[in-house]
Design a protein around this ligand. Structure first.
Ligand SMILES: Cc1cc2nc3c(=O)[nH]c(=O)nc-3n(C[C@H](O)[C@H](O)[C@H](O)COP(=O)(O)OP(=O)(O)OC[C@H]3O[C@@H](n4cnc5c(N)ncnc54)[C@H](O)[C@@H]3O)c2cc1C
Length: 496
């Protein structure tokens, strides 16, 4: 008799939910995705304001091969479906002393840029630090970012030896900032490398020096941008999932995961209706899931030791003006970085002098702004929501951003804004069910964070799996795609 295809329910259509749905459908499973919003993508979505289109969340795209892999798995030529380009001069960095540089994908040209500002020894150290990042990434990624940390087979694999032999060089002792400070005398370069902690919502003054591997993603593999903007990743994966036979149900908020005799057996909606399945994969924020979807299962004790990742205050400004000095990604550093992170992680939740990140998608996708305009996505890091007065904070941050940007760019930015909207921790939480509006689930401030994060397979409920930015191996698009891959591999191993 023919074996019946297993029925899988995926809760949430974030980038990891879409990717896991594709992979499971390709395993021959019948996959249904239930999404509370009217649209797919979760944080990876877009908004339109008048003649301007904005990527609403992620703006930095690295490791595009992880998207291409999904097409390869489906036996399709990715180039016919998903176009992207490598960015030559991806970042503009501006420091509080008004000095600035551009990054360049070509090392010689990048070295020229750095040499205008920094002593030769510092520039040499810059590239040596990138080599260190490469070594660390290559030694640890197969183990920590591409495998489950909760399977014995991982520790018996060939990936363990390279990590062990390089242990002394991995940066397991000390903090990111401690290491950067010991390498660079120029505070601007300390600040440059410290900033990579924000790529997973962490604090460089606490996060382990191992995280100094993050720059390798940008500098080693390159910085990319989809031809139609970041939202194209969602559109492409959504279309691929449908092509693979995945069924989507929008405006479908899941109220509970049904558990019977220690097994996940389906889901229940707010109106009381139920949908049964053989397996449940939860792509919702893990803290939300323990609190609301499986309240009968206590969250792991380790969660108490993990800080929430930072959140963000975002302004979407349709700016009537062209700024040739700016690039796709622009960073305007604060004067005192330590005070900024202290305020975010240990203080009032935001800094009066925040580092300002401006992403201008229309530098690459001209159609996203009118001919004489630019679509500014302005983001400053803030704490996850703990009941702060976000309306007042928003007003204060808006004023401080306008003052700083008008001063640096020598134009009255306020008078150029013709469209405007915002996102704050509360809105991020409401729109994506991420607790406190944390961008990346838990922060990686703790040395043991990788081991304390939620595993992709529940150890307490059979047939229940997790994927997404708040579970192993962590947040950000590349890790979410890895998370989906690890989860689908575990399902192939245990549930066929
Ligand atoms: C402002 C911002 C900037 C960022 N910048 C970058 C960047 O530059 N580069 C980068 O790589 N990453 C960035 N990130 C992080 C990145 O967006 C996330 O790590 C990633 O998109 C998370 O994907 P996910 O699969 O975990 O799901 P999410 O995007 O969190 O989506 C989860 C989905 O589950 C749905 N859901 C939740 N609960 C239920 C329920 N009960 N029933 C039904 N559906 C439910 C939600 O509605 C949502 O659609 C940024 C994030 C934000 C918010």
């Amino acid at each position: 008799m023919e074996k019946q295809a297993k029925q899988v329910i995926v809760i949430g259509s974030g980038v990891a939910g879409l990717a896991v749905a594709i992979r499971l459908a390709l395993q021959g499973k019948q996959v249904k995705v239930y999404e509370k919003n009217a649209y797919p993508g979760g944080k990876l979505t877009q908004i339109k304001l008048g003649a301007y289109t904005f990527d609403a969340g992620p703006s930095l795209f690295t490791l595009p091969h992880l998207v291409l892999e999904l097409y390869q798995a489906a036996g399709l030529d990715a180039t016919a479906y998903f176009e992207y380009e490598e960015i030559e001069e991806a970042f503009y960095y501006h420091f509080s002393d008004n000095s600035s540089f551009y990054t360049h994908k070509d090392e010689t040209r990048f070295r020229e840029q750095l040499s205008k500002l920094f002593a030769p020894r510092e520039v040499d150290q810059f590239f040596q630090h990138l080599q260190r990042a490469k070594l660390r990434y290559e030694a640890t990624a197969p183990l920590f970012l591409e495998s489950s940390l909760h399977e014995l087979s991982t520790y018996l694999s060939k990936n363990v030896l390279p990590a062990i032999t390089k242990l002394p060089k991995l940066g397991l002792l000390g903090s990111m900032h401690g290491e950067n400070k010991s390498i660079f005398t120029d505070q601007r370069l300390q600040q440059y490398f410290d900033r990579f902690a924000t790529y997973n919502g962490s604090n460089p003054y606490e996060a382990p020096a191992l995280l100094n591997l993050i720059p390798h993603l940008e500098h080693g593999y390159g910085t990319f941008f989809p031809k139609k903007g970041m939202h194209q990743i969602t559109q492409a994966l959504f279309a691929l999932a449908q092509k693979c036979g995945v069924e989507f149900y929008f405006n479908s908020s899941v109220e509970r995961i049904l558990i019977s005799s220690g097994k996940a057996i389906g889901i229940r909606f707010a109106d009381g209706t139920e949908q049964l399945s053989d397996l449940v994969v939860c792509n919702a924020d893990i803290r939300f899931a323990y609190k609301n979807l499986i309240p009968e299962i206590p969250a792991p004790k380790a969660f108490e030791r993990l800080a929430s990742s930072s959140s963000a205050m975002i302004f979407y400004w349709g700016v009537k003006g062209i700024f040739p000095s700016l690039r796709l990604h622009n960073v305007f550093f604060s004067e005192n970085y330590q005070a900024e992170f202290d305020a975010i992680f240990n203080g009032k939740g935001y800094s009066d002098d925040p580092t300002i990140y401006i992403n201008i998608g229309s530098k690459c996708v001209a159609a996203d702004a009118p001919a004489e305009g630019e679509n500014w996505f302005i983001m400053v890091n803030v704490a996850a929501d703990k009941g702060q007065d976000w309306d007042s904070i928003r007003a204060a941050l808006r004023a401080s951003i306008l003052e700083k940007m008008s001063r640096i760019l020598q134009r009255d930015i306020s008078s150029l804004i013709e469209e405007e909207d915002y996102l704050d921790p509360r809105r991020i939480e409401t729109r994506t069910a991420s607790i406190g509006g944390g961008l990346y689930g838990h922060a990686s401030n703790e040395r043991m964070a990788a081991f304390w994060r939620q595993a992709n397979k529940s150890s307490r409920v059979k047939n229940l799996y997790f994927c997404g930015g708040s579970v192993h191996p962590g947040g950000g698009i590349p890790l979410c795609l890895n998370s989906a891959k690890i989860t689908s591999e575990l399902i192939a191993k245990y549930e066929n």
